[in-house]
Design a protein around this ligand. Structure first.
Ligand SMILES: Nc1nc2c(c(=O)[nH]1)N[C@H]1C(S)=C(S)[C@@H](COP(=O)(O)OP(=O)(O)OC[C@H]3O[C@@H](n4cnc5c(N)ncnc54)[C@H](O)[C@@H]3O)O[C@H]1N2
Ligand code: MOO
Length: 394
């Protein structure tokens, strides 16, 4: 069986970035930059006030002396003249500092009398001036290619005065659930032996969260001819097909077989991991194909471990960006692992990571309650509470 690390390395090698496109800033959230963002102007563009108050020359100002208020400055509306000795300009947060002034005194320290102002002693050492370019200079590199456009990154791109950004195309993803027993949620209870088709819903949500455009989602029964035809249609419309279930060795497990007629090239199959041993990955022509086990916990765990990194790669990001392992303590002991690397489902409580009671790979309720996967390599001995382990948020 192939190890988790070896499988990930093969996946990273098999999947490179898709092409890029230009999109308006307003729809760029969650996308990944294909080109870096450089500032088209400095921030701030000129020295500005950090407070509402008065601008003046520090060297010629003493607490208690009256100054003449010669004008006003607001953000985007500078004062036209220069500030000399014995003078002050009324100004507001973000307003350009007038020439001749080098500090701002907050209005809380000012006493105003018509056209005059004076300042109470102890107005403090802070100058309340943001120097031109103190945030970033014109031309500065703000965001590198490969950056995920989080709300914070998007704000910086806007501050760089960009109207459009060059981002990687969103991977088009088709998701097919397989199994005769599957029924659309809401219809299972009225059919004997049917079960609600739950897995593709969870996988689709995870994929969308990782930047995919889900172009098709549905399920199909266990007939190989029908599945083969469906596989052809899905390969034609997507960059990546995810098929769930039918990954194991049963007589009705057709997940790989349905792609055989479409020239499936396997990259890996059957891994030394638990849950998720039957996960497999390959390529059919220009399209990638990822097979997840049908057991719901196995499917969502392997989607976190392989689908997220795959979508990251297709959008120009490294595998590691999709697998931010953290070092966190265990709140309860863990049993030893055997010959499969084990990903234990846990919740976070005040003492650390606590395994959920039901570790069955078919679980759906325990999966919903789980928050973190704890990574236990092959042959890890029993671990006492307090041990610091590698964990990944589910
Ligand atoms: N003889 C062996 N049997 C099994 C092995 C093995 O190595 N030898 N591996 C086991 C492991 S590990 C797993 S994981 C499962 C995975 O099997 P499949 O991928 O073939 O999954 P199915 O048989 O299609 O389904 C398993 C289980 O999950 C339910 N299911 C499937 N799809 C959905 C869905 N979309 N929504 C909700 N539930 C779904 C299905 O009804 C089954 O109960 O194989 C073991 N067997
Ligand atoms: O590997 Mo399966 O996913 O354990 O049940």
């Amino acid at each position: 069986m192939t190890s988790f690390d070896a499988a990930l390395a093969r996946l990273a090698q098999a999947a490179g970035p898709l092409d890029s496109q230009s999109v308006p800033l307003a729809v760029a959230a969650g996308r990944v930059l294909a080109s870096p963002v450089h500032a088209r102007l400095a921030s701030p563009r000129v020295a500005v006030s950090a407070m509402d108050g008065y601008a003046l020359a520090d060297a010629t100002t003493r607490a208690g002396d009256w100054l003449e208020v010669i004008g006003e400055a607001r953000p985007g509306l500078p004062f036209g003249g220069e500030v000399g000795p014995g003078q002050a300009v009324r100004l507001f947060t973000g307003a350009p500092l007038p020439p001749g002034a080098d500090r701002v005194i907050m209005q809380e320290h000012a006493e105003r009398d018509g056209g005059r102002v004076r300042f109470t002693p102890g107005y403090g050492p802070a100058w309340h001036v943001r120097a031109a370019g103190s945030d970033f200079a014109e031309g500065a590199l703000l965001l590198e290619a490969g950056t995920l456009l989080t709300p914070r990154a998007l704000l910086a791109a806007a501050a760089a005065d960009m109207a459009e950004l060059t981002v990687y195309r969103r991977p088009r993803l088709a998701i097919l659930g397989t199994g005769d027993e599957l029924a659309a949620p809401g219809t299972a209870a009225s059919q004997p032996f049917a079960i609600p088709e739950s897995v593709t819903l969870g996988v689709a949500a995870l994929a969308a969260d990782s930047g995919a455009e889900v172009v098709w989602r549905g399920s199909h029964g266990d007939d190989l001819a029908g599945l083969t035809e469906r596989a052809g249609a899905l390969l034609a419309m997507s960059d990546l097909v995810v098929v769930t279930g039918g990954a194991s060795v049963g007589d009705y497990d057709f997940a790989k077989a349905m792609f055989a007629a479409h020239g499936l090239d396997l990259v890996f199959s059957k891994l030394a991991i638990k849950p998720g041993k039957p996960v497999w990955f390959g390529r059919s022509g220009d399209c990638l194909v990822l097979g997840l086990p049908g057991n719901p916990t196995s499917a969502l765990v392997t989607a976190s471990l392989f689908l997220r990194p795959l979508l990251a790669r297709l959008q120009g990001r490294p595998v590691a960006a999709a697998l931010p392992w953290r070092r966190l303590p265990l709140a309860a002991p863990l049993p030893p692992t055997g010959d499969r690397e084990t990903f234990v489902r846990t919740i976070w409580d005040e003492a650390g990571l606590r395994p959920v009671r039901n570790q069955d790979s078919g679980a759906q309720l325990a999966l919903a309650q789980s928050e973190w996967l704890v990574r236990c390599p092959i042959d890890t001995p029993a671990l006492p509470a307090g041990t610091v382990v590698s964990a990944l948020q589910l």
